[in-house]
Design a protein around this ligand. Structure first.
Ligand code: NAD
Ligand code: WQD
Length: 339
């Protein structure tokens, strides 16, 4: 009998890609999302790619009664918790919304899991918990210290999970710190569908290449990096999705909890990404170099060895594949899922 996994935030960017991997690995899924930043169409396409139906519950993770009903109706053995808000600038303007959604939502989910006796969890954390890293590559033992409410909400949930695992026998939790997820499924059927002006680099570049925006503003050309622009660890979302199936397999195979970086271990500058996208798309990406964006760090990339050691997982796709797959999604879906 295949195991059943509850996926919160399944209609979002990373959730949808991970659902495709989970279906391919043979799991049964239950998808839960409040559709605040996700699309029902994403899940329909997941079903198409996976060749199987995925029951969908439109609900908020803060809704304890809805969670209890889902856990009563399905034989859930583990939860992957993607649901949450993720925009750094928005979190500075609306901190309580972020603590409510990300922290209170996670507490409600953990309470519902505990009540139902479901004690296996993967949690979407972020490299943002390292704040401004003192040294790169950043290992899991590096000092933590988020610099904005979004980052603090992730750090708080990591600590809450740590307290729960430490206090109650039987829990197995995997905290996964993602670096910069980019790209799209190679089919071009699912991808990132930002609402409004994209805050992140790759979706913005894709819209410039598509002619929807005039030019990219490069935030800072005077960082202490090789070409002066910011360096990040971009990871293909399909590799990230595979990281979740590897982490889930580990949770089922052995007791114990873990905190792991999911990154490639390689940094790329903004200008390297621009050039890679031009090559992959065959379109120009005009840009201008402007002031630094407040809160940005010069360079952040992962020490990626621990995930390989524990899970046998390693990112495989390079920057060209990330750009080519994003361009395929962007070209086929110029208006995202609404189109
Ligand atoms: P996303 O916004 O595309 O997906 C999140 C999904 O959760 C959306 O479909 C949204 O509708 C849903 N959701 C939000 N609040 C909810 C709530 N209270 N109840 C039910 N559903 C809710 O974001 P994503 O990029 O797929 O990110 C998934 C997770 O990974 C998030 O927790 C995010 O913080 C984390 N993360 C993302 C990145 C990134 O750059 N994309 C990096 C590190 C960590
Ligand atoms: C990447 C690089 C920018 C836009 C954020 C969150 C982090 C995580 C991932 C969730 C930087 C530069 C960007 C633009 C630019 N999310 N840039 N022009 O800031 O590394 O991380 O998303 O957990 O928490 O902070 O990603 O894509 O915004 O920026 O020059 O229009 O591109 O300065 O060097 P970031 P990003």
């Amino acid at each position: 009998m295949p195991q059943t996994i509850l996926v919160t935030g399944a209609c979002g960017y990373i959730g949808a890609h991970t659902c495709v991997e989970l279906l391919a690995a043979g799991y049964r899924l239950v998808a839960l999302d409040n559709l605040s930043n996700g699309s029902r169409e994403a899940l329909r396409r997941v079903e198409r790619l996976g060749g199987r139906a995925v029951p969908f519950v439109e609900a908020d993770v803060r809704d304890r009664a809805a969670l209890d009903a889902v856990l009563a109706a399905h034989p859930v053995e583990a939860v992957i918790h993607f649901a949450g808000l993720k925009a750094v600038a928005e979190s500075l303007a609306q901190p309580l919304r972020y603590y409510q959604d990300n922290v209170a939502g996670s507490v409600a989910l953990l309470e519902a899991m505990a009540a139902a006796g479901v004690k296996r969890l993967l949690f979407s954390s972020s490299a943002t918990v390292y704040g401004d890293p003192a040294a790169v590559p950043v290992g899991e033992a590096a000092p933590l210290g988020a610099t904005n409410p979004y980052g603090r909400s992730k750090l708080m949930v990591e600590q809450i999970i740590g307290d729960l695992v430490g206090s109650t026998p039987g829990w197995r939790a995997g905290v996964l710190r993602y670096f910069n997820p980019v790209g799209a499924h190679a089919s071009g059927l699912i991808g990132e569908d930002p609402r409004g002006v994209p805050a992140n680099l790759l979706p913005f570049i894709a819209q410039v290449a598509a002619g929807r925006r005039e030019r990219l503003t490069v935030h800072g050309g005077d960082y202490p990096t090789a070409d002066g622009t910011g360096v990040r660890d971009y990871i293909h979302v399909a590799d990230l999705a595979r990281g979740h199936t590897a982490a889930l397999a580990r949770l089922f195979a052995r007791p114990g909890s873990f905190t792991l970086n999911l990154g490639t271990g390689r940094g790329h500058s903004v200008l390297e990404v621009v050039r890679a996208f031009e090559r992959a798309s065959g379109r120009p990406v005009p840009y201008r170099i402007a002031a630094r964006r407040p809160g940005d760090v010069a360079a952040c990339y992962a020490a990626a060895g621990a995930a390989h050691k524990l899970l046998g997982w390693r990112a495989q796709r390079d920057l060209h594949a990330m750009c080519a797959d994003l361009w395929r999604w962007q070209s086929a879906n110029p208006d995202g899922y609404a189109g």
